[in-house]
Write a protein that binds this ligand. Structure first.
Ligand code: ATP
Length: 359
């Protein structure tokens, strides 16, 4: 077990050429927790990680470990004394060193203790039989495991990982993510993992830190971030979305799918009603009659299939809606693939709808 540590950043800001790329970011990663810094390319994730690692320096703000400042306010602990393990996208293995020597690289103990530690780690990542191989002779997944073992060898109390799975074959990734997560949990370090893939963050994270334009715009458990996004862009980051636009009257917005509450939004203001494709329900056209309205699904609206694509487990069906000609996308079970020009009824899972004031 690593000595348990808590990583905290307070008001971290970094400016490059007059552009603020990390903007007043504050967050905390507890010992044993995996936090994923998630956001689109260029939003400042790697820069944040580099400052915590100590290879870049913030313009303002502080980095703390267990409540003590390691960088900021006149203090700057050098990278090698921060007790932080690093793992990067390209694994950065030493090509001229064997697997065992790569793993041993950062160890400072006596030869015997180091040998034992390397053996323990190689066993943990299932690479004992490759201990004398060189990196070029290993698959991508094996190289990833060597890099993980090397980063964990000195028992860092904090681990920083920058897109550690992106170099891997898509089919292998989920398995390797799960194995890595088990090893990290076992090590007990505070883990900050950078990724631009929502799927990866949902699978790995105890806490997601959603970043946009250098700012942390939302933080929370994957379930909460997915089911209660702070704005339309946060909702759209995790899946395709449909948007209905309406105007508020008396804290309500009328739509063809029924009325939706828009608490706190003044009358006359436009709102966007956001719904994920999997939360649209479809029903057959029964001689012009639609399904009976319910509290759960609201009122049905009428639309025509434009096209339907079979995606395996699901089908994605595109509808043109009668009420204004707009297009809505619905995800339905893959056993179902309606033909173009079929007319159908659509309903919304009312509890899964998000209402945001329009930008
Ligand atoms: N040393 C630097 N000098 C100038 N600009 C930089 C420097 N490092 C990063 N940037 C800029 O800062 C912004 C944030 O970069 P960063 O690498 O942190 O983003 P990211 O979210 O990790 O993106 P990606 O996933 O593509 O790596 C980018 O616009 C980048 O061009």
């Amino acid at each position: 077990m690593a000595a348990a540590s808590r990583l905290e950043v307070r008001n971290l800001t970094r400016i490059f050429d007059g552009k603020t790329v990390v903007d007043d970011a504050s967050f905390e990663v507890r010992a044993g927790e995996v936090a994923c810094l998630l956001g689109p390319s260029g939003c400042g994730k790697s820069t944040t990680l580099r400052m915590i690692a100590g290879v870049d320096m913030q313009d303002s703000g502080q980095i703390l470990v267990d409540g003590s400042v390691i960088c900021g306010a006149g203090t700057r602990v050098p990278p090698e004394r921060r007790g932080i393990g690093l793992m990067f996208q390209d694994f950065a293995l030493f090509p001229h060193l064997s697997v065992a020597d790569n793993v041993a690289f950062g160890l400072k103990g006596g030869a015997r203790a180091n040998r034992n530690r390397v053996a323990e780690l190689l066993d943990q990542v299932h690479l004992t039989r490759h201990r004398d191989s060189y990196p070029h002779a290993l698959s991508g997944g094996e190289q990833q495991r060597v890099a993980l073992a090397r980063a964990l060898a000195p028992r860092p109390s904090i681990m920083l990982m920058d897109e550690p799975f992106s170099g891997l074959d898509e089919r292998l990734r989920d398995g390797i993510r799960d194995e890595t997560l088990a090893i990290l949990k076992d090590a007990g370090a505070a883990v900050l993992l950078v990724t631009h893939e929502p799927h990866e963050a949902m699978r790995m994270a105890d806490q997601i830190l959603l970043m946009r334009d250098g700012r942390i715009v939302q933080r929370g458990a994957p379930y909460n971030i997915y089911n209660a996004p702070v704005d339309r862009a946060a909702a759209a980051f995790f899946s395709d979305i449909n948007i209905l636009v309406g105007t508020v009257q008396g804290a309500l917005t009328k739509t063809p799918f029924g009325d939706f509450l828009a608490p706190g939004v003044p009358d006359g203001r436009e709102v966007e009603i956001v719904i994920r494709p999997q939360h649209l329900k479809i029903d057959f056209h029964r001689n012009g009659h639609g399904p009976v309205p319910t509290a759960e699904n609201g009122t049905a609206a009428h639309g025509t299939v434009v096209r339907a694509r079979f995606l395996g487990r699901d089908s994605l069906v595109e509808f043109r809606m009668d009420y204004d000609g707009s297009v809505l996308n619905a995800t339905v079970p893959g056993v179902f693939l309606p033909k173009p020009d079929t007319t159908m009824w659509l309903m919304l899972r009312r509890d899964r709808v998000f209402v945001f004031p329009r930008g």
